[in-house]
Design a protein around this ligand. Structure first.
Ligand SMILES: NC(=O)c1ccc[n+]([C@@H]2O[C@H](COP(=O)([O-])OP(=O)(O)OC[C@H]3O[C@@H](n4cnc5c(N)ncnc54)[C@H](O)[C@@H]3O)[C@@H](O)[C@H]2O)c1
Ligand SMILES: [Fe+2]
Length: 350
């Protein structure tokens, strides 16, 4: 779990004092900030000292193992070692920061660690500061990376942040569509966790709270205001805590295949899949569709039209490789329920 958490509007201003005890001699702190903030006032609030460095994270595409390896190598070449890395941005930037922290101390390529419990050493100090709410990347024990052969996280006890700062003010100007897609990532985490076979009281307690927050902001509120940003940030946290002790399910397993082959982004990919999952999550899908309509969001359709058999196979392989997700969703006998043919039919609907 994350060691330290601060929450509150404006808490970003405490960053300097919070990281001060983590500074090691003259080694720099690295601030990895989402490229959206280039030239924005937030950059001037970053507490730069000594040889500290700001790096803008290019998140046009979701994080790749090659991108992580390159960033870590650059830092090793320039500084030898660093005091720590602070990721400021959406799930992509936070995941990059987590992965780079681990690759500052673990040998080889980040692709070697895609899987469960393969990371052997703690990384350098790492802190996460979300500027979009929903992924739960701020609390999770994974960092999702696309590698040469698969899209899979570095899931390990060393992956969670040492510190997170939850400042809802940082999400204020997120575009409505992006906010919705990332917010639905959280909603879908709740449904997949609460309907999953891995469910336990820990996951349930957090999942129910996150679900209630999502329902309030996406179904009851008339306009989007500060309260919505405050609540969505806590929903993301609680939703992430819920899956930390269980797993995600069908929407994620299928959306990972889309993302691997077509580069479909996580939030929107989950929405595209969720739209067709009545068979698995009837109540959740009904409510999801209400949220889409009420918030006037378009969910793309027809994105797999014209794909070849090989391309469908590639997606099916990535998806069926996510065994824990399927087991959580469908139980130990999941392979009997989700055959390649059935999954192909589902992909064709998207
Ligand atoms: N580690 C985990 O547990 C976990 C869980 C779910 C998803 N993820 C990962 O998170 C990523 C998705 O994250 P995301 O949905 O937060 O989006 P993102 O980080 O990919 O960002 C989406 C877009 O929003 C922009 N953006 C970020 N903050 C903004 C702001 N405040 N205002 C305006 N624009 C802003 C970014 O520049 C980018 O263009 C995927 O890579 C996914 O794999 C990780
Ligand atoms: Fe997710």
């Amino acid at each position: 779990m994350v060691d330290y958490v601060v929450y509150g509007r404006g808490c970003f201003s405490q960053l300097d004092e919070i990281i001060a005890p983590r500074r090691k001699e003259t080694r720099p702190m690295i601030f990895l900030i989402d490229h959206f903030f280039t030239g924005k006032p937030l950059v001037n609030r970053i507490p730069i000292r000594g040889t500290d460095k700001i790096i803008f994270a290019d998140v046009t595409y979701e994080p790749k193992t090659s991108q992580v390896d390159k960033l870590a190598q650059q830092l090793k070449d320039e500084f030898g070692s660093i005091s720590g890395i602070i990721g400021i941005g959406g799930g992509s930037t936070m995941d990059l920061a987590k992965a780079v922290s681990l690759m500052m101390t673990n040998p080889g390529s980040s692709a070697d660690y895609q899987g469960w419990d393969l990371v052997k050493k703690p990384g350098v100090y790492k802190a996460g500061i979300p500027t979009l709410s929903g992924t739960g990347a701020e609390v999770s024990r994974t960092t999702v990376l696309t590698g040469p052969t698969r899209k899979l996280g570095m899931n390990s006890d060393f992956t969670p942040f040492d510190q997170i700062m939850l400042d809802p003010e940082l999400t204020t100007h997120a575009p409505a569509n992006q906010r919705f897609y990332t917010g639905m990532d959280c909603y879908i985490h709740c449904i997949e966790s609460l309907q999953g076979t891995y469910l336990n009281e820990f996951s349930k307690s957090y999942g129910e709270k996150a679900l209630a927050l999502c329902q309030h902001i996406f179904l009851e509120k008339e306009i989007w205001d500060d309260e919505c940003d405050d609540k969505l940030m806590m929903a993301s946290y609680a939703g992430g805590m819920s899956i930390a002790y269980s797993q995600v399910g069908v929407a994620h397993a299928v959306s990972y295949g889309l993302s691997y082959l077509l580069g479909t982004k996580h939030g929107i990919g989950n929405c595209i899949v969720m739209n067709h999952l009545e068979e698995y999550y009837p109540e959740g899908v009904r409510e999801f569709k209400q949220m889409v309509t009420r918030n006037r969001i378009d969910i793309p359709t027809g994105i797999t039209a014209g794909l070849t058999d090989d391309q469908f196979d590639a997606m099916i392989n990535v998806s069926l490789g996510m065994k824990p997700l399927w087991e959580n969703a469908l139980g130990k006998e999941w392979e009997k329920r989700m055959t390649r043919q059935k999954l192909r039919e589902l992909y064709e609907k998207l």
